[in-house]
Each structure stands twice: as C-alpha cells, then as structure tokens.
Write a protein that binds this ligand. Structure first.
Ligand SMILES: [Zn+2]
Length: 465
C-alpha cells in the first residue's frame, strides 16, 4: 500500500467521523471552500461560484441569484423557489444556519440547474460544472396563425436582440447547434457564436412575438411581414419607458374554453378582445404584450411567467363565462385567493383550471408570499368590474376571489375577467360582434389605464400630470 493511498483512506475516515465544516468544490476557476454542516451546504456561496449575482432583499426576506437571463429566487424557511418567474418546489427546505443560507446538495442542484450549472461527484469530491449544453435545432413551422421559427432542444429563455434583417438569441447556459439553421422562405440561415444564435430573416420579415413552450421544451419566434399589425414586440429585456401590461387571452389551441350556442369559441373571443385591448393600450402609451398571439396552446404557468420576466405592472387574463343556467349574464372579475368567495366562484375557477389542476400546497404558499399584492389586485379587479358594469348596464355580479391557477405565482397585480356568459345566446352574440367587442375592449383598457394611473400616484410622492 502506498503512502499516498494510506493518507487518502485516512482522509475519508475523518470525513465520515466528523460533521463537515467545509466542502471543497472544484470549479472551472479552481477549487473553492464552501461552508457546510452535515449534509447541508451554503447555497449562496455555491451559486456565486457560477458567476451569478446573488442579492438579498430584506423586505421580502428572499435571495435572488441572477445569471442573465436566468433568475432563481428563494427564501429561507421554505422549500419553494421562483425560477425564471415560475413557482417550483425544491427537493428540500432552505434554512438559515450559523448565519449561512443552507440546503441539501439536491436543493443546491435544483437551484443551479436553471442557471446552466450542475454539481457532480460526492460530498467528498464535489465538482461544479457547466451543464452539457443544449443542442439547438431551428425549424420553420407553418401554423394556422402564421409562420413560426421554433428553436428546439432547449428550455432556456434566450435574451433577444434585433437589427435590420437579423434577430439574435443569447443563451446564458451552454448551447451547441444540433443541425444547421434552415434556409427556407422567411429564414435565410444563421449561425451560433459564443452562445448567441443569429437568425437571418428575409427582407420585410420581423419577429412579431416570442414565447416558450414546454413538453418538449422549445422557444418560438412568430414571424410576420413588417407592419403587419403586430401588437407584441419581441420579449427582450431592453430598458423600458412607461408601464407594461401583459394581457392573457384565455385558452388556445386544443383547449377551446367555453362554447356558445352557435359554436362560438371562448379561445377566439379572448384573443380578439386581447388584441383590441392591446391596440388601445398602445395608443394610450402603455406597452402591451400578449401571452399568445395566435391559436396556440400556452401552459398556464408560462402565462404569468411572461409577466414576471417582463416585470409587468399588471396581468389581466381574459375569459368568457359559461353556466348551466342559460339566463346567467354579466361580467365577473376575479383576483387570486386560496379560498373562493362563494361556491359559484369556486366552480368558475375549477372550470378555468381544468387544463392544470391546482397544487394546493403551492397555492397556500403563494398566498403567504403575495399577500401584499392582494390589495392592488383587488383594486385592479374592482376597476375592471366597474367599467364592465357601466357598459353592460346590469347588476354587479361583483368582484370575487378564487384560486385560479393562471393567476398563481404572478408577482404583479393580477386579475381574471370573465367578460360575459357565452352560454347565454344574447351575450354570445354580443361577445362575438365586432362593434360590441370594441366596446368591451374600450372598457377594459380604460380600467387598466385608470389602475396604472392610481398605482403611479400611490408610489410617486409628487405625481406629474
Ligand atoms: Zn376561460
């Protein structure tokens, strides 16, 4: 037995006998010491080793690790994290220990993965490595709503940039090309250099909107001829001037939502309304983005995630109601709460949640984390309901509270509006008529602008006119 081997066995015995005081982690920049106790490691120190900027927000008591464009938020005392705007469960709790924020290696791994890093090896020989790299494949897809460039093979949300004739997608985590970028119609090829994928676009073509999709993960660019009336510009992280609102046309794709007596579909009505509202908001100087700009299926969690990533000032999900009572009429507006305000509100939530069953634990934790938002959300909901009541000249069905999954995890004031009952033949006609849709859109956009104005007045000591 060599002397070296005897020494390494001795080291293992020491590790096994005494609780760990520190871990040595091998990183691409060399070995680093990280605080550890038993099987718990310092999460903040580990995240910083990736180059992430980790900040503590005293008001929320939470930590945010930013490795552009990815972001992981976590709070000691819980086992939830907000990853790129989405609420996720961690394998174990985050705790404070001797002034350090610690968690298990599995919890550390869950926070590192979305930033493009992973831990390998055992506690005795731990290595921090950049994840293998996503193999990107670009495909041109013609959908019923237009032409899409679909980036397959990645769950990353790239940062977008554009210049005449090109669009760039910068990935924070490692990426490689799985196949050359096709040269086909709107797409004139492209290449990947140092984490930035450049796509060349045919003359007169621009990116109208972007959105991520899950199962399998991919990132979609909607291509359109310039000036084709696109209401949503690319979701870039450019600096903003003025307020930004995310409008969510309910349902889409295979999820049709409610159906009217003449076959009217909720998913079509919500999209038409959202586009009209977006147009009116833009005209009023408010940037409006849509969670979908076509007949596409977008997971509920991705809808608020878009609002969170864009740091939206408000999130409004637009729906049309249905009831077994054919005479049921009028608008209803909801804001998120764990407990439904009445059985009918619970029923509406159950119907709208059908495509994603509520995770009760997440809802309860959401409630604890976002109590501060309830006041603003209820004010947004009240404003929407008042405008719709005035327009429709009918009794107030009232602002209600219910656990709508699409509002879960929204960090902005959020409301869900059921603009009317599609199950009522009179209302179905009104919801599909172009003129009455325009009136509804005017009411919704006026309510949103009113909400933003009072929100601005509340945060600025001396508001300018
Ligand atoms: Zn709906």
């Amino acid at each position: 037995m060599t002397r070296q081997r005897i020494l390494s066995i001795a080291a293992v015995l020491v590790l096994a006998a005494a609780p760990l005081a520190a871990l040595t982690v091998n990183t691409p920049k060399g070995p680093a010491e990280v605080f550890a106790r038993g099987d718990l490691v310092d999460l903040v120190e580990l995240l910083r080793l990736t180059g992430a900027d980790v900040q503590f927000a005293p008001a929320a008591g939470s930590y945010t690790a930013l490795l552009d464009p990815h972001e992981a938020q976590f709070t000691p005392g819980g086992n939830l994290a907000v990853i790129d705007g989405k609420l996720v469960s961690l394998p174990g709790p985050v705790r404070t220990l001797e002034g350090h924020v610690v968690g298990s290696l599995a919890t550390a791994g869950a926070l590192l993965a979305p930033l493009g890093w992973s831990l390998r090896g055992t506690a005795a020989a731990l290595e921090l490595v950049a994840s293998g790299g996503d193999r990107l494949e670009v495909a041109r897809v013609v959908s019923p709503t237009g032409t899409l460039a679909v980036i397959r093979g990645t769950a990353q949300r790239p940062r977008l940039g554009s210049a005449p004739g090109i669009v760039t997608l910068t990935f924070a985590g490692p990426v490689t090309m799985g196949a050359p970028v096709p040269v086909e119609a709107e797409l004139l090829g492209g290449d990947l250099r140092e984490g930035t994928l450049t796509l060349r676009l045919a003359p007169g073509i621009e990116v109208a909107s972007t959105y991520p999709l899950d199962n399998p993960p991919r990132f979609v660019l909607k291509l359109e001829a310039s000036g084709a009336g696109a209401v949503s510009a690319p979701a870039t992280s450019e600096t903003r001037t003025g307020p930004l609102v995310v409008l969510d046309p309910g349902h889409g794709g295979e999820d049709q939502g409610a159906k009217g007596p003449a076959g009217e579909l909720e998913k079509d009505i919500t999209l038409a309304l959202a586009r009209l509202v977006a147009g009116r908001l833009q005209a009023a100087g408010v940037t409006a983005r849509l969670t979908r700009d076509g007949d596409e299926s977008v997971p509920l969690a991705d809808r608020t995630a878009l609002a969170n990533r864009l740091r939206a000032d408000a999130f409004v999900s637009i729906h049309a109601n249905a009831s077994p009572a054919r005479g049921a009429k009028g608008a209803e507006t909801y804001f998120m709460n764990v407990d439904a305000s009445d059985p009918q509100a619970a029923q509406s939530a159950a119907r709208e949640n059908a495509s994603a069953p509520a995770d009760t634990v997440q809802l309860i934790l959401w409630d604890l984390a976002h109590v501060a938002n309830i006041t603003a959300s209820s004010r947004l909901a009240r404003g929407l309901q008042e405008r719709l009541d005035a327009l429709q000249g009918i009794r107030d069905r009232g602002v209600k509270q219910a656990p709508f999954v699409v509002l879960t995890g929204a960090t902005a004031p959020a409301a869900l509006v059921e603009v009317g009952f599609l199950s009522n033949p009179d209302e179905a006609g009104r919801l599909t008529g172009r003129g009455s849709q325009d009136e509804l859109a005017a009411a919704l956009s006026e309510a949103i602008v009113g909400f933003l104005r009072t929100a601005a007045a509340a945060t600025e000591p001396s508001p300018t006119p």
